[in-house]
Design a protein around this ligand. Structure first.
Ligand code: ADE
Length: 234
């Protein structure tokens, strides 16, 4: 998969792109990241990338021209393009799964008060939010999108826990995990995990998942119940 990222702060992406899992995916050729600095596409002698909003209002708006030129340089025509924005549809597992099937995508990171609306309209951008809170820019949200999409690409997680096994995929939150030592400062690992009865262990994990989901995410729990029917008959 190729990911084109348009940003005013390309250096912010170095840690995640060079980082362990995505770095390996890049080396293996599974993932290609093309970082474009929007400022490099400014025709202005001061490399200006923003200006005051028409109609007044606080803050600055990112100019259409450098973004159009960066989009053209990325060959964005016809590709799915995402604009990270608190105004967008909130990301969920389904959307991330869908995006991970694309061969190439474009991500535009906004700053200040946003971008000229004509950019979003012309390039048919899908506005994507990572949650109902506001960050200072779209770079961190873009990294969330990239990380969550990349780990679903077959082979990116090779050797790691299968992406499909984890919580949310099953519709339930993940059960608690323990590792050595069996006893730590009088804190014990649940006995059931040592009895060697795999059916019983699976049942315990399922029960913990159900309890956690019921207590923390009643919305997910209801959804799970309605798609799995009466659990007492399972
Ligand atoms: N930019 C600023 N806040 C954001 C959010 N919550 N999601 C996506 N992009 C953003």
């Amino acid at each position: 998969m190729k990911i084109n990222i348009l940003t005013l702060f390309p250096e912010m992406f170095e840690p995640i792109i060079g980082g362990s899992i995505l770095g390996r995916a890049k080396k293996k050729g599974i993932l290609e990241v093309n970082l474009l600095n929007i400022r490099d596409f400014s025709q202005d002698k001061h490399k200006k990338a923003d200006d005051y909003p028409f109609g007044g209002g606080v803050g600055m708006v990112m100019l259409a021209d450098p973004i159009f030129r960066a989009m053209e340089a990325a060959g964005a025509q016809g590709k799915r393009a995402f604009y990270m924005s608190p105004r967008g549809k909130v990301l969920d597992h389904e959307t991330i799964c869908q995006i991970s099937q694309e061969e190439e995508i474009v991500i535009l990171c906004g700053h200040y008060e946003g971008v000229d609306q004509r950019v979003l309209d012309y390039w048919n951008m899908e506005e994507v939010s990572i949650g109902d809170y506001v960050l200072t820019g779209g770079e961190l949200p873009a990294m969330v999108l990239i990380d969550s999409v990349a780990r679903l690409i077959p082979e990116v997680l090779a050797g790691e826990a299968s992406a499909q096994e984890e919580s949310i995929y099953s519709g339930l939150l993940e059960y608690p995990q323990y590792t050595k030592p069996r006893e730590y400062r009088d804190l014990m690992v649940p006995e059931v995990l040592f009895n060697g009865n795999h059916r019983l262990i699976a049942l315990w994990k399922y029960q913990k998942s159900l309890e956690l989901t019921r207590d923390r995410r009643p919305d997910l729990f209801q959804k799970y119940l309605s798609s799995h029917g009466d659990l007492t008959k399972a």
